[in-house]
Design a protein around this ligand. Structure first.
Ligand code: SAM
Length: 287
């Protein structure tokens, strides 16, 4: 197979000059597929985010292969070297510390660049925290939005939080444990306490926990606890009827009308915020 070819017969063994993106596990190492193990055993080189993490997989499955580090700090240097090795007939596997490389992990850039050199890329699928949490949530999953980690900058973050608050589709967010309480508070401000949520902690691991069932309960659950472990949030979309109301009324037009009718900007924003369950500052800034 070369880029754009339609039919091919793939071998179970790694082929020369191919980059393999190998999905592994998000905690429970037994989630790695036999196909992934075979590729990791038999490629000429494994490029991994953190050699200490990948060695755990290698040791468990008796994989003895050459490892090089490939992460966000060294990828600029490493990509040309990997391309060179592939062009010389090597077969290379990329793995990240958890789950699918490329999903909030190194992988995306190298696939792009390798493909633009006419080199084939094959993905060996593995676990992914986003889809694992989504399916476990029981929320609508045929269409969903994956936000990854929310931006840190206030203005960008509030824009996404507003989108989540008005989105009809289920949203998935990654968050670090020490920022979870802050994010839950923001979700309370934007979506209201009754919005359905799943906080999936330590998926596939010994102390896996599913906390919900709405934002106010999740806040209550974590109130006096130190949050530890890995966290993925699933937030249910707004019901269609409510969202249509928000669109139809056109918040900005509403705000201007109330303001022109004599209400102060602050009072008009406060009124609309309460009516639609949206943070006051967001409405205030629409003016
Ligand atoms: N590539 C990974 C994937 O396929 O899911 C994601 C890597 S990203 C750097 C790490 C984030 O994924 C964590 O901060 C957490 O939000 C989420 N995550 C990873 N493993 C998880 C687990 N076992 N349980 C819950 N969330 C997890």
């Amino acid at each position: 197979m070369k880029n754009n070819s339609l039919l091919s017969h793939r071998s179970e063994e790694p082929e020369k000059g191919i980059l393999y993106i190998v999905g592994t596990a998000i905690g429970n190492l037994n989630d790695i597929s036999p196909r992934a193990i075979n590729i990791l055993k038999n490629v000429s080189l494994v490029a991994c985010e953190d050699t200490r993490q990948t060695k755990k997989i290698m040791n468990k499955f008796n994989i003895t292969n050459n490892l090089i580090s490939f992460n966000k700090h060294n990828s600029l240097n490493k990509i040309p070297r990997i391309i060179n090795a592939l062009q010389e007939g090597g077969s290379i596997a990329i793995v990240s510390d958890a789950g699918m490389p490329g999903i909030c992990d190194p992988g995306e850039n190298i696939v792009n660049q390798v493909k633009s050199e006419g080199i084939d890329v094959i993905c060996i699928p593995g676990a992914c925290a986003a889809t694992t949490a989504l399916v476990a949530s029981g929320m609508p999953s045929s269409k969903f939005v994956f936000e990854g980690f929310l931006p840190k900058k206030k203005i960008d973050r509030e824009k996404i939080l507003f989108e989540i608050s008005t989105n009809e589709k289920t949203t998935i967010v990654y968050e670090s444990p020490h920022r979870l309480k802050k994010l839950l508070k923001e979700l309370l401000d934007f979506c209201g306490g009754d919005r359905e949520i799943l906080v999936a902690r330590e998926l596939t691991k010994k102390f896996e926990e599913h906390i919900g069932n709405d934002i106010k309960n999740a806040i209550k659950f974590f109130k006096d606890k130190e949050v530890i472990g890995e966290i993925t949030l699933v937030i249910k979309g707004i019901c269609k009827q409510k969202n249509q109301e928000i669109n139809k009324l056109d918040l900005k037009k509403d705000l201007n009308e109330l303001n022109n009718a004599g209400l102060s900007l602050s009072a008009a924003s406060k009124y609309l915020a309460k009516k639609y369950g949206i943070k006051k500052s967001i409405i205030y800034n629409l003016k």
